[in-house]
Design a protein around this ligand. Sequence first.
Ligand code: FES
Length: 190
Amino acid sequence: MSTPTTPAPDQAAQQKLKEQELSRRRFFALVGWGGFLASVGGSAFGAFRFMFPEVLYEPPTIFKIGKPTDYGMGVTDTLKKERQIWVVRNEKGLYVLVAICRHLGCTPNWFQDQARFRCPCHGSIYDIYGNVRGGPAPRTLWRAAIHLDPVDGQVVVNFIQRQDPDPQSTLEGLTVPEEGREVPPFFVNV
Ligand code: FES
């Protein structure tokens, strides 16, 4: 009696196995290389971004606004948008008011016909000196420090250094006497 023998895999089956093995290796090689290249690419991109950090460019806080003769009597409103200031000239000289409402920080508007700054947000009203003439503002407008550049004679504004004296409560509103205001570096006699 003879025992049945297992038939040896034929050539086609062996070929198929080889191909399967090859494609499996190819797949793992692809995955490996893909991961490697992705990590190298990521590191290179990170290094590249490191050389160009995201910088927030703030406007300068000390800047020149031209010669004193560029400013006539009263309020010059032209620098409000660009510099957030008003330049004011009276009989004695110049001062600079910061165009930020002392209530919640909105930007007031200057009304030449009323000689008043009015804040559109909650109705604060200031006079040409920055005194409060109405509305909820608890303090008078800031004045920024100014001086004349000794070389070119231009007015230099320091937007950060601000005059903020205690106002007195008067019948007209919150007021700071001008004698206490027209002092360097918040006023120039020109
Ligand atoms: S922010 Fe100006 S009145 Fe409120």
